[in-house]
Design a protein around this ligand. Sequence first.
Ligand SMILES: NC(=O)c1ccc[n+]([C@@H]2O[C@H](COP(=O)([O-])OP(=O)(O)OC[C@H]3O[C@@H](n4cnc5c(N)ncnc54)[C@H](O)[C@@H]3O)[C@@H](O)[C@H]2O)c1
Length: 300
Amino acid sequence: MGLFDGKVAIVTGAGRGIGREEAMLMAREGASVVVNDVGGASTGEGSDKAPAQEVVDEIVAAGGKAVANYDDISTWKGGEAFVNQAVEEFGGLDILVNNAGILRDKMSFNMTEEEWDAVIQVHLKGHFVPSRFAAAYWRQKSKDTGESVNAKIVNTSSEAGLYGNAGQLNYAAAKAGIAAMTIVLARELDRFGVRSNAIAPVALTRLTDDLMGGVDEKMKAALDPANVAAGVGWLASDLSAGVNGQVLKIQGGLLQIVRGWNPASDVKSDGSWTIESIDAVKKDLFANSDPGVPPFLLPI
Ligand SMILES: NC(=O)c1ccc[n+]([C@@H]2O[C@H](COP(=O)([O-])OP(=O)(O)OC[C@H]3O[C@@H](n4cnc5c(N)ncnc54)[C@H](O)[C@@H]3O)[C@@H](O)[C@H]2O)c1
């Protein structure tokens, strides 16, 4: 018996890296998987059917069920077609893993409009569009059957967005947005029986090769994308029942639930604030925290 026997899963950007391992794991555990990948460069240019097709071939050769999808999931048409394909080919949809991503790192003062737009499009809209069509499908199914649909969304955020990494203004803004989107989806879709969570992964893939060039063999093994896929598998399964709107960081042997934007202080006034009255309470505002730039909890 597999954990996902009889379930239908779709994984975006599943031709390589973390998404590939997520698709393989779900298939090994019995899911029928739509393997999406546009097959572009790590910066987003170009397209190639080979990465998605190779993952499908590997799943099928191992006795699993999978079909390829080569759409750009950040387009309205692509996201809709991708969700429809799962329903048409496998008769439904139970799990959506939003994973596809690209990088175009630059400091704010050097970033071009195109670099900003490309990263925001693939990550932020690329999470929104499949989620939107999957959510519409689940809402209708719940209305038609009068039952909870027991479905899951797993999004892919990043510590770059949760802590704010210099040199990644576009990417960090998108990944912070994805963390917020995860909570909104959890609030909106809970009533239909859909749970929405996110991961903040650290893994060795082509996206991080440059950053982690110096890591030793032991670290390389710990940062295998398959390690991250296990967390996604858990969030996508019924084993994590009750977990909703959370961000799970996975790095080697470390798991963390990461939360942000809680009040760090509480200062009240009976009347309206003025610049001077705010300045008079600044010590109380930062009584429990440093007023400087918040620390980046470095992954490595
Ligand atoms: N590797 C890490 O340490 C790390 C850390 C934090 C977050 N992430 C996130 O994890 C996700 C996976 O990254 P990875 O490291 O496996 O990278 P990767 O480059 O190995 O895989 C990403 C895949 O997404 C595909 N893709 C890109 N744009 C697409 C689009 N519009 N439509 C369909 N497919 C598209 C690419 O072709 C590629 O195969 C990304 O969202 C990334 O930002 C990775």
